[in-house]
Design a protein around this ligand. Structure first.
Ligand code: M6R
Length: 366
């Protein structure tokens, strides 16, 4: 059942090229320059006339929502708010009939997300679901939706759910951007073709496994770890930190790289590993200077860089390469070595990778 892998988590990490492919199969028609998603197609006017999109979710799904915020605003120019479902439902939010709520949930059973949907519906919002489990409570409660088609995710630490949620949300953003006239047909076509090529790039990113395992060996006894990223990769930093803390029980925090000097930099010493996402497209120079600031305080740098990078290699203690891509699609690649890092560290610490203590796969109580 684990397909020859030692753990479901590792199997699910390695399934990502196929899972992402299954997510866009039959929807992304790159040659024709078209994205077909019935849940969006049938409600296109509603999306185009929406005042804003509110994304609600918990945990990893919330991180996918944060990535989507960058994509929707950057490409489709639609205002987006991303909320923890648990906060949103209890803070008497302003919701109107011109708002669209997108609920993101792997299991489709998360109690807070379900409750947020019910509340938004009562206030007249249109509710769209992005779920993995077919026929789940959230899938049934929403007005329309798009499944991720990632296949069953058994490991408590969410991996392929994250990348397939981002894939669905990216397709929605691209489709809306095109409909709104934000894209020329040729730019659109270019994006669709690039998205179609992501599974091969994820496959390549997975080849970093042996290197990441060696890095894990060096830091497995750390008590803390920081994750930094900017722009599209800030949510990836949050996700990397969540992965490490939930399965290895090492305290980890994700931060926007530029926030370092507003507090967390005080934590840096030679004992502190700092994972920095420093891909070429997206604030590269600024991230490089953030890396220098950490280095000059003796922090240990594990950098996720674009293939062929030379600058960061000279400063960082370790570099892990991912294939080049446009900035909007980097989260699908940069997240891979972070998943592998948490997996190997947890394993070396003797933790139960698939069933971490105190956690359940779906949180059906608030
Ligand atoms: O099933 P959902 O996507 O609604 O679950 C949300 C969170 O409970 C989930 O992502 C959780 O944070 C994972 N354990 C993260 O790996």
């Amino acid at each position: 059942e684990k397909g020859g892998y030692d753990h479901f988590m590792l199997k699910e990490i390695y399934e990502q090229p196929r899972a992402i492919h299954d997510t866009y199969r039959g929807r992304l028609l790159a040659d024709e320059g078209y994205i077909r998603m019935s849940g969006i197609d049938h409600n296109i006017e509603r999306f185009l006339n929406a005042n804003r999109i509110i994304i609600v979710a918990c945990g990893t799904s919330w991180h996918a929502g944060l990535v989507a915020e960058y994509i929707f605003e950057d490409l489709a120019r639609i205002p987006v708010e991303v909320e923890y479902a648990s906060e949103f439902r209890y803070r008497n939010p302003v919701i109107t009939e011109k708002d669209i709520l997108i609920a993101v949930s792997q299991s489709g059973e998360t109690a807070d997300t379900l409750a947020a949907i019910k509340m938004a519906k009562e206030k007249g919002a249109f509710v769209f679901g992005v779920c993995n489990v077919v026929g789940s409570s959230i899938a049934r409660e929403t007005h329309a939706g798009a499944y991720t088609h990632a296949g069953p995710e058994i490991g408590v630490a969410s991996t392929k759910a994250f990348t397939t949620q981002i894939t669905v949300l990216t397709m929605i953003a691209l489709k809306l951007a095109k409909e709104k006239g934000e894209f020329s047909q040729s730019k659109y076509h270019e994006f669709l073709t690039e998205l179609e090529g992501i599974p091969q790039k994820v496959e390549k990113a997975l080849k970093s496994n042996d290197l990441v395992e060696k890095i894990a060996e060096v830091y497995k006894d750390s008590t803390n770890c920081l994750y930094l990223g900017r722009g599209y990769n800030f949510p990836v930093a949050l996700e990397g930190a969540l992965k490490l803390k939930e399965i290895s029980y090492i305290h980890a925090e994700g931060y926007p790289a530029a926030e370092m000097k507003h507090g967390p930099i005080a934590l840096i010493d030679e004992e502190m590993p700092v994972v920095v996402i420093a891909t070429r497209k997206g604030h590269y120079e600024k991230v490089v200077s953030n890396i220098q600031e950490i280095k000059s305080r003796s922090g240990k740098i594990i950098a996720i860089v674009t293939e062929g990078d030379e600058t960061v290699k000279d400063i960082a203690d370790h570099v892990v390469e991912v294939p080049e891509s446009s900035e909007a699609l980097t989260p699908l690649l940069t997240t891979i070595p972070l998943q592998l890092l948490s997996y190997h560290i947890a394993l070396m610490r003797g933790c139960n990778v698939d069933q971490p203590r105190n956690l359940a796969k779906s949180v059906t109580v608030e």
